[in-house]
Design a protein around this ligand. Structure first.
Ligand code: HEC
Length: 156
């Protein structure tokens, strides 16, 4: 009886691995072929907030924004320092500054771009809280921290 000896080349495990490889390739292609749709929807949401007001924590819809802004005056220097610290640690990575560009080329360039939404504190607060276009919402920041960053950005 002649049977093909199992060599390294035709070893069943090898065929299995090739099948597995083909499967992953197809899966990757399928996933890839779905990408244009998601890019479309990303494009469609560019220029809009990511989180709806109803998706925000309750305290966000109940804030006294004017009160928070007025309170900055009492701790002005500390607020600027905190804002700078957070900008460098959180925002800089994507946004960069005029000397060193950030990692995301489309991220807003504070030193030369024109705000889509507005440069007033409340508009920037909305960007940070709800996310905007391709910028994710900064859910880890407290309202005071957000106004500290805004204070810093408006000073520099
Ligand atoms: C993960 C990357 C990333 C991080 C982190 C990030 N941003 Fe952004 N930001 C972007 C991108 C990308 C855009 C452009 C959004 C668009 O127009 O689609 C943007 C846009 C903005 C805008 C412009 C909105 C307008 O009116 O045009 C502001 C203001 C802003 N970011 C502030 C901040 C601040 C402050 C921080 C730090 C707390 C921060 N971002 C953190 C990526 C980021």
């Amino acid at each position: 009886m002649t049977s093909t000896p199992i060599t390294k080349k035709n070893h069943p495990m090898k065929i299995y691995r090739i099948q597995l490889g083909v499967f992953f390739l197809l899966a990757a292609l399928l996933n890839f072929s779905c990408k244009p749709n998601s890019t479309d929807s990303e494009l469609a949401t560019t220029g809009s907030f990511i989180l709806q007001e109803s998706e925000l924590p309750d305290y966000e819809n109940d804030l006294d924004h004017q009160g928070l802004l007025n309170a900055l005056g009492d701790r002005y220097d500390e607020s600027i320092r905190t804002g700078e610290h957070i900008y460098n640690n959180v925002c800089f990575n994507c946004h960069g500054n005029s000397d060193q560009l950030g990692s995301i080329p489309t991220a807003f360039k504070f030193w030369e771009d024109t705000f889509n939404l507005g440069k007033d504190p409340y508009s920037i607060y909305q960007v940070l809280t709800r996310g905007y276009g391709s910028m994710p919402p900064q859910v880890h920041l407290t309202p005071v921290e957000k106004y500290d960053i805004i204070n810093y950005l408006r000073e520099c």
